[in-house]
Structures are given as structure tokens and as C-alpha cells.
Design a protein around this ligand. Sequence first.
Ligand SMILES: [Zn+2]
Length: 172
Amino acid sequence: MPFTLPPPLLEKLRARRDAQRATKRTLGPDTQPAAPRTIDPRDLPAIKALALHMVETRDAQQRAFEDAHDAFLLDPGMGPMTYLTSDGRILSDESTWFGEGVEEKTSTEANMVIVVGARKTGLEDLLELLPKKPEGARTCDRCEGTRWMPQGKGQVVCAVCGGKGFRAALVP
Ligand SMILES: [Zn+2]
């Protein structure tokens, strides 16, 4: 089941995408990814140029994907770049990681992308797309309803509730 995007949220996503594009230097649609080559680790200008080229390549990939699917980038990685489409699907561009093609994420995986996306984009409204806590459900004891749990020095989406913040009611 795709998410249903309320019009105000869709508006915010579009505004954010427009604002982001206005600040980015974008290459043409036929930009090729940086060719692997050997760089002398002491050659700082060459390293800077390569890094810039990689950023520009990713920006161009993002723009092409967003245009093709009317999508909004929620998670630029670590991992494949993952998007929410205007019709509520979660798509990951596997070619930006180790795979190829486009993959649609559903159920718990999709929910977790939304939780990450709300944090990374700062658009808290995205959380409204997630299932509401039903009558009688318990607050998740692992994340205490925050949707996040500690991992190492950082945090990851709670693996117990899948980012919903609650668990099903106990069967009496
Ligand atoms: Zn939890």
C-alpha cells in the first residue's frame, strides 16, 4: 500500500525540492559517473576535483530520478539514494549503491525510510504518513516510542517496532 500524501505535505516537499535545486550546480542529463583512476594521495587538487565531480554526479542522478518519478529524495545514503514519490511509493535507486535498477520498498522497510527521511529532511510532517497507534497498542519498550534506538555512537531506526513507535496489543 502506497502512502497517501496530504496536499500540504506534498506542497512542502515540492518547495523543498525547488529550493534545493536552486542552490545546486547541476550538470547536464548525460553526465557520466566519475571514471575510476589512480590519484596520488598527496595530490590534493586532484582529490578535490574528483570529490566535486562525485558530488555533481550524484546531484545529476538525483535530479534525473526525481524528474522521472516525480519523487523527493528522503535518504541520500549510506546506502542507495531513496525517494518518496508524489503518489506515495518509496523507491530506491539501486544504481547509486551496489545494485542496479529501481526497487520499491513496502511495509516495514518503507516505514523505516519515512522515519529516516523525516530526520534527514527535517520535514516532521512525513511521520504523519506512518500507521497511527491503534487502541490498546503498547508503546514500544525498545525505543520508548521515539522510533530510534542507539547503535554505537549513533542511532538507527528501532528494529523492534520498525519505526512505528508502538507494538501490537498483548493478546489476553
Ligand atoms: Zn521501537
